[in-house]
Design a protein around this ligand. Structure first.
Ligand SMILES: O=C(CO)COP(=O)(O)O
Length: 249
């Protein structure tokens, strides 16, 4: 049975006091659903967040990492550094990393390998841009992103991979994919995995949707059979909103 997951991607928001306040607010929320809950603070807040949430059912995860173990990579953070502050899951391939930091599929394949080699789990993000959707190319774009970054892996590796479909045109725009558009793409993603690895693997991988998920639309999106959760940006910065989404399962 695949897991339902709701992960909050804080992006480059919250300094230490703001992070402390948000975490204190998160601790006051009541979880009714069984979804696994994760939050991804900035690097500078990871250790504090891990310590503060140690006794809670909220996993602290990272937004990015470098593929190398260590060395002359000024400004970068490795998998083992993340693990040393209690982080066992990393988001890779976010469209903002692809767009603003030129992260290619080839680079992402290396990052995925490094995370898995360090016994970390990966939330792997991908999704088409508006022009791709307008020209009807969304499936071929998504398929190539998945193939180029993940299809060198063996089936077993998918025990530690969560897929996150985030159409670029829906991120931070207030425009969500319709529940039907999300379902169609998620079914396509599962079919793509099934073609390569078989249906047992495809059926066991969680596929999250990200892009303007809010308390008022989460339930409808999560009701779709191939949508196993959400990767939440803006709405994860308010504890009440985030937990309204967590509890939408
Ligand atoms: O990018 C996202 C999560 O990674 C989605 O962001 P928004 O929820 O702000 O659209």
């Amino acid at each position: 049975m695949r897991k339902n997951i709701v992960a909050g991607n804080w992006k480059m928001n919250n300094d230490l006091p703001q992070s402390e306040t948000l975490i204190a607010d998160l601790k006051k929320q009541k979880q009714i659903s069984k979804a696994k809950v994760m939050v991804a603070p900035t690097f500078t807040n990871l250790w504090h967040a891990f310590e503060a949430l140690r006794q809670f059912d909220i996993e602290v995860i990272a937004q990015n990492m470098h593929f190398a173990e260590n060395g002359a990579y000024t400004g970068e953070i490795s998998a083992s550094m993340l693990k040393s502050v209690g982080v066992n899951t990393v988001i890779l391939g976010h469209s903002e990393r692809r767009e603003y930091f030129n992260e290619s599929d080839e680079l992402l394949a290396k990052k995925v390998d490094s995370a898995l080699a360090n016994d970390m789990s990966v939330i792997f993000c991908f999704g088409e841009e508006l022009a791709d959707r307008k020209s009807g190319n969304q499936e071929s774009i998504v398929e190539s992103q998945i193939k180029n970054a993940l299809f060198h892996l063996d089936a077993l590796a998918f025990n530690n991979i969560v897929m996150a479909y985030e159409p670029v045109w829906a991120i931070g725009t207030g425009e969500t994919a319709s529940p039907e558009q999300a379902q169609d793409m998620h079914a396509f993603i599962r079919k793509t995995l099934a073609n390569k690895y078989g249906s047992d693997v495809a059926d066991s991988v969680s596929i999250l949707y990200g892009g303007s998920v809010k308390p008022n639309n989460a339930q409808e999106i999560f009701s779709k059979p191939d949508v196993d959760g959400g990767l939440i940006g803006g709405a994860s910065l308010k504890a009440e909103d985030f937990f309204a989404i967590v509890n939408a399962f």
